[in-house]
Design a binder for this molecule. Structure first.
Ligand code: SF4
Length: 721
């Protein structure tokens, strides 16, 4: 970081959710940091939510990991990195390249993600690198690829302000993407004709803005949108020309959905058929519709089908890629999208290329001058930890995530790490639930110290810039990984001098990989020098490939300023990324509604407004912690009474694999037959509220994303009477 005087304001990006708000950070002489929203950032125009505005309260060196450790004892970097390189090399030599794995994070910057993927896929030669984004939006990625031929979010945030109907499906924007919610609320106040429908088993805070709330049964979304398709056909709302010219599979998708008449939809979704009809009629008659969805859709064993059932309705009506129209998956994490751009998942390659495609593999191999490339997908998150448990993976590097709290069947993950012969953990904190299993712990740079880029839910790349010095011996993640790569004998591919160097290589690969194709990549950003990278404004892809050289110094800065664009959309012109340039309808099957026995409930998990993931950062702020002080279970009052549970009493939530003890909150915002527990609390923070030890590890067969919102449980007073 440059030597900057205190009181210099730095433009950076919030490290929490996928809205990707611009932040102005001003270090003060007393060591504190003033935080404000960046009025010039197109994601938030100066707004911040409670988490973003408290960022200054979560900084500081208390409980930071400041030096490497080996077997829990302080070590120097040289010994720690050599130990990692030697153990990974020896494990590969003895057990093969698929005996090692990286488990990374949507908190990483794009540059970190790029280097980790380059090492694992191009030089180690395995695809065993997956990310906690698998828990967040993998079903959307899979659904996009099935429908569009690539993982491409069609729309922009402006579409939410221009729509006449916003359908929020499994998405509590008010708490989980608050600034986006604020933008919608402002637009609705200015344009009262805008309608909002909330599809969610819970009456969340987002219901406060909704004109219609559909309290759908768990996993009823496929039925709801499958039933919408024949309704649209009968209402004359199909855009026949668009469907005929730009899509395939409509007839089969419609045939499969024909049986979904209103009574069937009502039965499968648990909704009143009049509510369903009201929603269908609104959707059919409104041209400008955006369907926003997130974890309630993605975190399901049928998540990919849910995504495609939604996309089918937008393709059928041609309501995609035009102002105020489209299916819109919002990402949970700050850089889930950037990770997708660099192929950050076990079944992807950089620049939206496919690991199963020999031409793509050879292209990336040539560009990297790689030693080895895997010819098949690696292990996705849940399977990766199963492979650790059964000894197929014998060396694991966990980077910037806390799987002992956040993975389903979290106690099995804990046992797997305890049994794994070699575990490395890179993190910013000195204590979390995963670090005790580390043979080697490596101190990483945190927000405010890191330098790089993130991409938000609308494909906008923003800089995270440092405004604090690196503390202790902390280093950027990309530099740590590159150092290990060099020690493993891969010096040629990992000699980058800076994050700007890494970004430039990523952009050049994107240009190379997509040469001759449309500009759905970031190739236009290739050639930035350090000045241009430092000056990079928030910029959305696709970028027209008009800038081939950015020059240097002032010329590079001017060229980057010219990159900011007006928010291009995809697919309005009917040009998709399948080889024949046509979209695909996906015919989906509707599973019958789950019926549970007496005293059984479906456990839904999710976030609260003021905490983030496993609370390693937001748990430091007294203000944020005051919003919800302890883990809880929301139970409908009638269900609580039937189980003999009192308001504010302690409750044991138990599934077939584990139990958690949490405080009861009775509320009629919760549907009968289901309960809700937040996912944040760990043994570190609560001792008993680690709910993912209760959540079953069932996954969507297409995306590999776990179903984190529908585990069958019992609830009972604690202690049992
Ligand atoms: Fe940060 Fe998301 Fe809040 Fe914006 S909405 S300030 S990105 S947490």
């Amino acid at each position: 970081m440059d030597e900057r005087p205190a009181d210099t304001t730095i433009r950076t990006t919030c490290p929490y959710c996928g809205v990707g708000c611009g932040v102005l950070a001003t270090p003060r002489p007393d060591g504190s940091v003033a935080i404000a929203g960046d009025p010039a950032h197109p994601a938030n125009f100066g707004r911040l939510c409670s988490k973003g505005s408290a960022l200054g309260e979560t900084l500081g060196l208390e409980e930071r990991l400041l030096f490497p450790t080996i077997a829990g004892a302080r070590a120097n970097w040289d010994d720690a990195l050599s130990r990692v390189a030697e153990r990974f090399t020896a494990t590969i030599a003895e057990h093969g390249r698929d005996s090692v794995a990286f488990y990374v994070s949507g908190q990483l910057l794009t540059e970190d993600y790029y280097i980790a993927n380059k090492l694992m896929k191009g030089f180690i030669g395995s695809a065993n690198i997956d990310t906690n984004s698998r828990l967040c939006m993998a079903s959307s990625v899979a659904g996009h690829r099935r429908a569009f031929g690539s993982d491409t979010v069609p729309g922009t945030y402006e579409d939410l302000e221009q729509a006449d109907l916003i359908v929020l499906v499994g998405s509590n924007l008010a708490w989980c993407h608050p600034v986006l919610y604020q933008r919608i609320a402002a637009a609705k106040a200015a344009r009262p004709q805008m309608k909002i429908v909330l599809v969610d088993p819970r009456r969340t805070a987002s219901a406060d803005l909704a004109d219609l709330h559909l309290p759908i049964a768990a996993d009823g979304d496929t039925a709801l949108f499958a039933g919408l398709l024949p309704f649209l056909a009968e209402a004359g709302a199909i855009h026949c020309d668009y469907v005929a010219r730009h899509t395939d599979g409509f007839v089969e998708a419609l045939r499969r959905a024909r049986g979904m008449r209103l009574p069937h939809v009502a039965e499968a979704t648990g909704l009143d058929s009049r509510q369903v009809q009201a929603f269908y009629e609104l959707f059919a008659r409104t041209e400008k519709v955006v369907t926003v969805y997130s974890q309630g859709v993605n975190q399901s064993v049928t998540g990919t089908d849910k995504v495609n059932a939604i996309i089918n309705c937008h393709l059928a009506t041609g309501r995609i890629g035009r102002p105020g129209m489209g299916p819109f998956s919002v990402t949970g994490q700050p850089n889930a999208m950037g990770g997708r751009e660099v192929g950050g998942m076990a079944n992807m390659l950089a620049a939206h290329m496919a690991i199963e495609d020999p031409a793509h593999r050879s292209l990336v191999r040539d560009f990297w001058d790689a030693r080895a490339m895997p010819d098949r997908a690696g292990l996705k998150a849940v399977d990766m930890f199963r492979a650790v448990a059964d000894g197929r993976i014998r060396a694991l590097w966990i980077i910037g995530t806390n799987p002992v709290v956040s993975m389903p069947d979290a106690d099995a993950v804990k046992a797997a790490l305890a049994a794994c012969p070699f575990v490395v953990v890179s993190d910013v904190v000195a204590r979390n639930d995963t670090l005790p299993f580390a043979d080697v712990a490596l101190p990483a740079a945190a927000w405010g110290e890191k330098d790089g880029t993130v991409t938000n839910s609308e494909r906008r790349i923003s800089r995270q810039r440092p405004f604090l010095p690196l503390p202790g011996e902390a280093r950027p993640d990309w530099a740590i990984i590159a150092d290990v790569a060099r020690r493993m004998g891969f010096a040629d591919g990992f000699s980058h001098a800076s994050a700007a160097d890494v970004f430039d290589e990523h952009a050049r690969l994107s240009a190379y990989g997509n040469a001759g194709e449309r500009d759905f990549d970031i190739g236009a950003l290739a050639g930035l020098d350090q000045c241009g990278y430092d000056a990079l404004p928030p910029v959305q892809w696709p970028q027209p490939r008009t800038v081939t050289s950015h020059g240097s110094g002032d010329a590079s800065v001017e060229a980057t300023a010219a990159l900011a664009n007006d928010g291009s959309r995809f697919f309005g012109d009917g040009d998709f990324f399948h080889p024949d340039r046509r979209a695909r309808f996906v015919a989906v099957d509707v599973a019958p509604r789950r019926r549970l026995g007496k005293g059984r409930f479906l456990l839904n998990t999710g976030r609260v407004r003021d905490h983030w993931h496993t609370m390693t950062r937001t748990g430091r702020s007294a203000r944020l912690s005051a919003h919800v002080a302890e883990p809880f279970v929301d139970v409908h009052p009638a269900d609580a009474a039937a189980q003999g549970i009192a308001e504010a009493g302690l409750v044991t939530v138990r599934s077939g694999i584990g139990a958690a003890i949490v405080r009861c909150r009775t509320t009629d915002r919760q549907s009968r037959g289901s309960v809700f527990v937040p996912m944040h609390w760990s043994d570190e923070f609560s001792g008993s509220g680690r709910i993912d030890a209760v959540v079953a590890p069932a996954v969507d067969p297409v995306s590999g994303q776990p179903g984190l919102k529908a585990t069958e449980v019992s609830i009972a007073p604690f202690p049992a009477v």
